[in-house]
Design a protein around this ligand. Structure first.
Ligand code: APR
Length: 236
């Protein structure tokens, strides 16, 4: 089976009701990004940060994957599909995608603030109990924090993601401005001869994307086009 690797960003979830990061005056869901998505912001006011993600988590549990997420999942019938996402939502999983790597964490989960990657303290919050109480503690006694990779922190999942990108027969980028590294550099791990597609209604300025076919549409419409292209150019 040929391997398709998707790299998705905030634009993937726009049609499911979520906002992108850039193009909103530096605000993300009405908050300054530095306040709610940086290590300094967390240190300065963990209660505000926890409340922000509590609200976003509630919104996520009420949201549904869109046609774009579903079309990616459907490709599993004919291809070996991997999704590498910068999004913290679980909409790819909810659509049924079986191989999803989250580069920037997962909103459904909480962890220890001392050792965020210690699996003993990572918990998934179910929809009926999806809010972290102010001051709640992880199993190691540290403050419970959202399982989110904040700006200024390492991105440990980049290594497995780069390994997967290197195996791709097709690489498809959807809804990311490619502003944030190391995610934006993943395309450089792909073999130089494979086709690369970009689905985004806007320009994505990047010097490293010369061999890209730009499908200038939103995620759902763009995925419909991609499925047609694969039918002719990319026999499984
Ligand atoms: N379908 C597809 N793409 C869309 C749509 C849509 N309906 N609407 C907007 N877009 C595109 C925009 O044109 C833009 O190129 O989605 C992209 C979103 O870019 P960003 O807001 O920069 O989001 P992203 O690239 O995912 O951000 C990367 O930055 O703050 C951090 O950690 C956060 O993971 C995030 C990272």
């Amino acid at each position: 089976m040929k391997k398709i690797v998707f790299l998705t960003g905030a634009g993937m979830s726009v049609e499911s009701g979520f906002k992108t990061f850039r193009g909103n005056d530096g605000l993300w869901e009405n908050y300054p990004v530095e306040q709610v998505a940086s290590h300094e912001g967390w240190e300065a006011n963990p209660t505000l940060v926890n409340n922000f993600y509590n609200n976003l988590r509630k919104k996520l549990y009420a949201a549904e994957p869109n046609e774009g997420h579903r079309l990616i999942k459907d490709l599993e019938k004919d291809y070996d599909v991997s999704v590498i996402t910068q999004n913290v939502d679980n909409l790819h999983e909810k659509a049924g995608s079986s191989k999803v790597i989250h580069l920037h964490g997962e909103l459904t989960k909480v962890c220890s603030s001392n050792a965020p990657y210690d699996s003993r303290y990572i918990r998934e919050l179910p929809p009926e109990a999806c809010e972290v109480d102010p001051g709640a503690r992880a199993g190691d006694g540290s403050l419970l924090r959202p399982f989110i990779v904040f700006f200024g922190e390492a991105v440990p999942m980049i290594e497995p993601a780069a390994g997967i990108a290197a195996q791709a027969d097709f690489f498809v980028i959807i809804g990311t401005s490619l502003n944030v590294y190391p995610a934006a550099g993943l395309v450089q791990y792909t073999r130089p001869d494979i086709p690369v597609y970009l689905i985004d209604p806007d320009d994505v300025p990047s010097g490293s994307l010369q061999r890209v076919t730009h499908i200038r549409k939103g995620a759902s419409e763009g995925m419909k086009d991609l499925v047609k292209i694969l039918r002719t150019d990319g026999r499984p």
